[in-house]
Design a binder for this molecule. Structure first.
Ligand code: NOJ
Length: 529
């Protein structure tokens, strides 16, 4: 699965913002990668206060991205090229510009219009205190007050009011939205904040800060993350999706344990739920081994598989994460530094190795646009260009997620490196010219070539079985067998011997010999024995 962030993939009309026309023009490229499907981040009508996760109309396309006809054409052209298309659904909250919220603002406290959201009176003598002490994921309080005294809940930005999923009208509306897109031929849905829909409506205080960005902490009976009431809702969606042939749903559920994650993967719920374990893990072989072992074993016991993720539009890109000393808080490092601790070359090598390893694992793998180029975080974006609401809501203490959302470099020159004719909505680091698609197309040893080779072998040979068998190796080496292929990744600091009888079929390091060699630190190979 390849994640397309529409705002930053390709700009077809030259306004500096990526769009549907841009994606359509790049379908041949997507097909050339050998991926099975794309996931498109929200493309609905939106003020783009949170990159489109603030939806004003779930049945319309944002004008900056294109039209509903363009979306339909994209779906059919991608399908014709052998690529399935899944779209994002954002059920936890709408935009403040959604007609329901506009109506709620105009209505009285206690009205039916307000009951589609979470409006509550405040605490304290004059109601001046928010109903609970919950903090927003983006920073600051998760309640905002209206002039009439009512407060409304927003787990994210104040422009993203949370919907009330106890209200049958909300449930019916989302079934209808899913149906609308199923009828338009989408192959499935990525469900945003799947672990957040249901709130404890006795409105208890938490007396502690929300964990950083989206993560459910391990508190039992958490007032807004991962509540059991979510699952009956999912079952309703699944019953609808099952009425259509060959469609799927993947959950974005940041939950504290595999046991909790497994609940989302029950046969009548999601087909996939992201495993975010690698995202939160340093370059540490014992942690990698633990994650792979636990996740593959646990998901197998429930008849499911793991959905692996190293990167997405919410996290610092992994060539940068892996170039920082273990233990660095990379979200804070973006702003606070010190920036000279970054070893970009080391991070690039490790990230490529990790991708090769990821593509050998059983289960599904999600790549984020630019992963195939080894694109690092644009960590030094000037403050003036920041767009992520996290920057303002955190009182300028967190730089936010713009650095992983910088437009793709398609060519090695031109004002936006081939992204489009206009000035890109975020500036691209000039050195990205050297790692553009164009530069890599000309190089058989590029990261792009490695991904194509690995994806082709994966499709031919690996997906036939979900079995992983560990191969005896030094503790700093991750080595496992997947039938015809053995994957070896050296996470240590010295070279290790590879089996003498092995032929190397793909390598993350272009200098790697094709057989009987040793494996350098921070590199990975696929072998045939
Ligand atoms: C998760 C999305 O991935 C993120 O980008 C967004 O800000 C939040 N959900 C809120 O919708």
């Amino acid at each position: 699965m390849y994640q397309v962030y529409p705002r930053s993939f390709a700009d077809g009309n030259g306004d500096g913002t990526g769009d549907i026309a841009g994606i359509r023009s790049r379908i041949p490229y997507l097909a050339s990668l050998g991926i099975d499907a794309i996931w498109i981040n929200p493309w609905y009508r939106s003020p783009l206060a949170d990159g489109g996760y603030d939806v004003a109309d779930y049945r319309e396309i944002e004008a900056r991205y294109g039209t509903i006809d363009g979306a339909a054409a994209l779906i059919s052209e991608a399908n014709e090229a052998g690529i399935k298309v899944i779209v994002d659904v954002v059920p936890n909250h709408t935009s403040r510009e959604h007609p329901w919220f506009v109506e709620a603002l105009a209505a009285e406290p206690g009205s039916a219009a307000r009951n589609r959201y979470h409006f509550q009176p405040g605490k304290g003598a004059d109601g001046a205190e928010p109903p609970t002490d919950w903090t927003s994921v983006f920073g600051g309080p998760s309640w905002s007050r209206l002039p009439d005294g009512d407060w409304y809940l927003h787990l994210f930005d104040s422009s993203q009011p949370d919907l009330n999923w106890e209200n049958p009208e909300v449930r019916a509306e989302f079934l209808s939205i899913l149906e609308f897109w199923l009828e338009r031929g989408v192959d499935g849905f990525r469900v945003d904040v799947a672990h957040g829909l249901v709130k404890d409506m006795t409105w208890p205080d938490m007396e502690s800060e929300t964990d950083e960005l989206l993560t459910a902490n391990s508190q039992e009976n958490h007032p807004f993350w991962d509540r059991d009431g979510i699952h009956p809702i999912v079952r309703e969606w699944r019953a609808l999706v099952d009425r259509y042939e060959d469609r799927m749903m993947v959950a974005e559920a940041w939950v504290p344990s595999l046991e909790r994650l497994a609940l989302y993967l029950r046969p009548d719920e999601y087909h996939q739920s992201f495993s975010f374990d690698f995202v939160g893990t340093d370059w540490d072989p014992s942690e990698f081994r633990r994650i792979i072992t636990e996740s593959t074993t646990k998901t197998a016991t429930i008849g499911s598989t793991t959905t692996w993720v190293l990167n997405n539009h919410d996290v610092v890109r992994h060539p940068t994460r892996y170039g920082l000393p273990n233990g660095t808080n990379w979200r804070a490092w973006l702003l606070d530094g010190p920036h000279d601790i970054l070893d970009a070359e080391l991070g690039a090598r490790r990230a490529l190795a990790a991708n090769l390893m990821l593509l050998a694992l059983p289960g599904s793998a999600y790549l984020y646009q630019g992963d195939e180029l080894g694109l690092p975080e644009a960590w030094d974006l000037p403050i003036e260009v920041l767009d992520d609401p996290v920057w303002e809501r955190s009182n300028h203490t967190r730089k936010g997620r713009d650095g992983c959302r910088v437009p793709i470099p398609w060519t090695s020159d031109g004002p936006s490196l081939g992204f489009g004719d206009g000035e890109p909505w975020l500036p691209q680091p000039p050195e990205w010219a050297e790692i553009s698609v164009e530069a890599q197309e000309a190089d058989p040893n590029s990261p792009l070539a490695m991904h194509r080779k690995a994806l082709a072998i994966r499709a031919e040979e690996l997906v036939v079985s979900e079995t992983l068998t560990w191969v005896d190796s030094a503790p700093e080496v991750i080595a496992f067998n997947r039938g015809t292929i053995e994957c070896w990744m050296n996470m240590g600091t010295t070279a290790v011997d590879l089996p003498a009888d092995a032929a190397i079929v793909v390598a993350s390091d272009s200098g790697q010999a094709t057989s009987g060699a040793s494996l350098k630190p921070n590199t990975a190979v696929w072998l045939r024995r």
